[in-house]
Design a protein around this ligand. Structure first.
Ligand code: X8Z
Ligand code: ZN
Length: 616
């Protein structure tokens, strides 16, 4: 899983480990910490870290892969052990890197040293036993999330199956029942006799101690520091970007609430309150595409449903992935290696526990790229397949970089690549695939944009608040007693949603979302939703596209693919503004590409909402 190994699926930064340092100490080649270090010392240190990243990174990645695709007592044990070793060494490396703080270094070496300091997703303090304890807690939380079962109508149901039904059920009682049961897993006692909520509090305490030893205010500050900006400036930057998109979200929220009121009436969906979180077609109310039929602009509906089209045309999981691969091939990327097909987990394995949340991996830092999914034949997973492949093609593009530079220009870049490609799943492209016969004309644009906005615009406040909550946890503003109330305060403030039933402070609703027990930072997705529209706009300009952006498909644009690849090859060798400039010509992240993309929908929404009372 994402942050449980050194060479982890995309994608936090790879962590570092102690192997090289031990070797150096053993042969006495590392000068005493007190001696003024030289550039040569720094070079030797970097080489040691790189060697370790390669060797231990691959070793731990293979253990994590086996654990994620076959969860049992023994693979949890192995994963715990290897993650603890990695953390211990990563902490030692990060401390060692501080020796070079005042040394003048060539730019590339300076960047490597700074990245080594930031290498761990969750640092542990150096005191003996801390890394092991942290690792045990993290493995337990991850496995609890992945294997937790829910009893529904007398049967035990896997969570992945419930995710899907939240999109199709329209009975508010049933939705509420599933929603509530899903959130019982994080407060149930586990084999160790703790709950996920207690584990989470213990994790935050240890990791904060580790972050402070490394010189950060807390883990939240350390995560923000990965964006080539001082942590406070980065937080302000995310607020600025949200400010650009918020007016569009507010209009969408107003319209969706009014349509839900039509569907469910005043008792379930009143017009003067935040929207009930279980009515939005998604377990976390994070993207609302599954309720398109309830809110569609009748006169502008393009008249097809991608889930239906895939099913009618006998797509299976493998064909969905092959179709994604073919898109990347059309941009000039090399086909996926045979090992991708041999080693990926494309569907849920039978007869054993596995983590179903989608991820993309590079096991050896070279060609051993894979996805891990429990793919279902539906539009959501068709998007996700492209998303995951984007990670894999990025990983392969930067494989020539030093292992320290093998990562996205920032986390948001990594999450944006496949999404940008998936934005090209336009009606024109579906026709090229033979899935529809006729491309709907421009009068259907508002319908197309509505479907896209329910996914992308609806996501943004959720994308932002996940880490706002964690930043508050790590800074101590929220405590175990206030975790859940703080969560709902943010959910209501940013998303304008409310729980279907009263939630007491005893619950741990954040733990119902994969990225919390797995400690995957989430601002990356918020940033990615901004960047993917910036990328698309630049790419369509490069391709000479003159129509509206939402009709632009990059399928077959080799020239765009080559320029895109030039950015991907950089990995994180340069601060992200340079990577952004290389592809878009701009050094600033900017929400206006997203706002422009949806401009015709905004106009339509404003007209619809004219006599409605918006807000919550
Ligand atoms: O976690 C993911 C990917 C794996 S990196 C499937 N996503 C976020 C989520 O599911 O919550 C993609 C969109 C947001
Ligand atoms: Zn991703």
């Amino acid at each position: 899983m994402i942050n449980r190994s050194l060479r982890r699926p995309f994608g936090a930064l790879a962590a570092v480990s102690a192997f090289a340092l031990i070797a150096a100490c053993a042969d006495n080649s590392t000068p005493a910490a007190s001696a003024a270090p030289t550039v040569e010392d720094a070079a030797a240190f970097i080489e040691e870290v790189e060697a370790f990243y390669r060797d231990f990174g691959e070793y731990s990645a293979r253990i994590s892969w086996v654990n994620a695709t076959y969860i049992n007592y023994d693979t949890d044990w192995l994963n715990t052990r290897v993650a603890a070793e990695g953390t211990e060494t990563g902490v030692r490396f990060a401390n060692e890197a501080k020796r070079f703080n005042d040394l003048e270094l060539p730019e590339e070496m300076r960047r490597k040293i700074e990245l080594i300091k930031l290498g761990l997703n969750l640092p542990a303090p150096e005191r003996p036993g801390a890394a092991k304890e942290l690792s045990e807690i993290n493995t337990r939380m991850a496995s609890t999330y992945a294997t937790g079962k829910i009893e529904l109508d007398g049967e035990l149901v896997a969570r992945v199956d419930l995710e899907e039904v939240m999109g199709t059920i329209r009975d508010p009682q049933k939705l509420q029942e599933i929603w509530v049961k899903w959130r019982e897993v994080p407060i149930a006692a586990n084999d160790a006799g703790t709950t996920m909520k207690e584990d989470y509090a213990a994790m935050a305490k240890i990791a904060n101690e580790g972050a402070r030893e490394l010189g950060f205010d807390d883990v939240g500050a350390m995560w923000r520091a990965r964006y080539d900006l001082p942590p406070a400036e980065f937080a302000a930057e995310t607020d600025r970007l949200w400010g650009q998109v918020k007016p569009l979200y507010d209009q969408l929220h107003c319209h969706v609430r009014a349509e839900l009121n039509e569907q469910y009436g005043d008792s379930v969906a009143p017009l003067d309150q935040p929207i009930r979180a279980d009515l939005l077609g998604n377990m976390w109310a994070q993207s609302w595409g599954n309720i398109y039929d309830l809110v569609a602009p009748g006169e502008a509906d393009p008249g097809y449903d991608l889930t239906e089209l895939l099913k009618e045309n006998n797509y299976d999981a493998v064909k969905m992935v092959e179709t994604g691969e073919a898109f990347f091939s059309s941009l000039g990327f090399e086909p996926l290696p045979d090992t991708f097909w041999e080693r990926s987990q494309i569907t849920k394995p039978e007869g054993r526990e596995a983590a179903c949340h989608a991820s993309a991996w590079n096991l050896d830092g070279q060609e051993d790229i894979r996805i891990k999914m429990c793919t279902k034949v539906n539009a959501d997973d068709f998007q996700t397949v492209h998303h995951e492949l984007g990670h894999n093609y990025y990983q392969r593009a930067y494989k020539h970089q030093s292992p320290i530079f093998q990562g996205g220009a920032n986390g948001g870049f990594h999450e944006a690549i496949g999404d940008m490609v998936a934005l090209s799943i336009t009606p024109e492209y579906l026709k090229q695939l033979g899935l529809i016969e006729q491309v709907p004309d421009a009068s259907k644009d508002v319908g197309l944009l509505m479907a896209a906005a329910l996914e992308k615009v609806a996501f943004q406040p959720f994308g932002l608040l996940m880490d706002k909550w964690r930043w508050q946890v790590f800074s101590g503003e929220l405590t175990e007693e206030t975790y859940n109330d703080g969560w709902w305060a943010l959910r209501t403030q940013y998303q304008g949603i409310r729980p279907p039933v009263e939630r007491s402070a005893d619950y741990f609703d954040p733990g119902g979302k994969y990225h919390i027990p797995n400690n995957v930072s989430y601002t990356r997705y918020f940033i990615a939703h901004i960047l993917q529209f910036q990328f698309l706009k630049a790419a369509c300009e490069q391709a000479g596209w003159e129509g509206p952006l939402h009709r632009c498909s990059l399928y077959g644009s080799e020239e765009v693919g080559a320029r895109f690849n030039a950015m991907l090859e950089m990995g994180q060798s340069k601060p992200w503004p340079e990577a952004l400039e290389a592809f878009t010509g701009s050094r600033e992240m900017d929400g206006s590409a997203m706002v422009d993309y949806f401009a015709p929908l905004m106009e339509w929404l404003e007209a619809q909402n004219q006599n409605r009372s918006c807000g919550w």
